[in-house]
Design a protein around this ligand. Structure first.
Ligand code: URA
Length: 249
């Protein structure tokens, strides 16, 4: 038994008294008056940690929408939990909601999102069929500034819970903030992209590939070719893992 109430402790103590008396040949000293208190239980259902045994995507989304763990809750219109296929082939993880996502509560629905959908479609992926789309941070940083470390830290458990429930076969990390947050590194994205990196999830390792954020591609045409190379690597890895039948034709 991990945690005990005062009543349980009293019952146990009385039983031990009785057992002790029996061992001493039946001699029983005066009945003790116990003053136990309940053990303090960790808040196992806190919004951040959830409860692994009963967790669900809906539960996580509900916790995200009511989260007040950092200042971003005071400026958001809508929190953006994420959306897409359950048990996805690929989980796409971006940075955080922009203005369009904040307005709608849905991930990657602005210009960058439209480009992301096209990039995914080019290798047989879509949020309707085989991808789940989420972000490392669930509320919009004002003016689209980079999220601060305290904000990503406050949000980290939500993504961890989502990954544990979704069990994606691959992770596509979109952009510098995403990959640096996921891998807890300050390495530039140019060094992190173009290869698979093991991402340690709760009970397994998930192959992660990073690429440039679609909004970076919209600003800089030169990044389109390396991003395409990254997507082709992902498609090859999917087919080599015998999961090609889950790609859209
Ligand atoms: N950029 C992101 O990183 N995520 C979104 O959801 C939208 C834009």
């Amino acid at each position: 038994m991990k945690y005990m109430t005062a009543a349980e402790k009293t019952t146990l103590a009385q039983f031990l008294d009785l057992a002790g008396a029996y061992c001493k040949g039946g001699f029983r000293s005066r009945q003790q008056d116990y003053q136990f208190t309940d053990d303090v239980q960790p808040d196992s259902t806190s919004a951040a940690s959830g409860n692994a045994a009963t967790d669900s995507l809906e539960c996580i989304a509900g916790d995200i929408k009511t989260c007040e763990a950092c200042e971003l809750c005071t400026t958001r219109k809508n929190a953006v939990p994420g959306e897409g296929a359950h048990q996805p082939l690929v989980m796409v993880i971006g940075e955080g909601p922009g203005a369009d996502e904040d307005a709608t509560g849905r991930p990657f629905v602005g210009k960058a999102g439209q480009l992301l959908d096209k990039m995914l479609a080019a290798i047989g992926l879509s949020r309707e069929n085989n991808c789940f789309i989420a972000n490392v941070i669930k509320c919009r940083p004002p003016g689209n500034r980079d999220p601060q470390p305290a904000e990503t830290a406050a949000c980290a458990a939500f993504l961890k819970r989502q990954i544990a429930i979704l069990e994606p076969r691959f992770i596509l990390s979109a952009g510098r903030v995403s990959v640096q947050t996921l891998l807890s590194t300050g390495e530039p994205i140019g060094k992190l992209r173009g290869k698979f990196i093991d991402f340690p999830a709760a009970d397994r390792v998930i192959p992660l590939i990073a690429t440039y954020h679609p909004s970076a591609l919209l600003r800089n045409e030169d990044l389109k070719r390396p991003a395409w190379e990254d997507l082709k690597l992902l498609r090859t890895a999917i087919t080599e893992a015998d999961l090609g039948d889950r790609l859209l034709q």
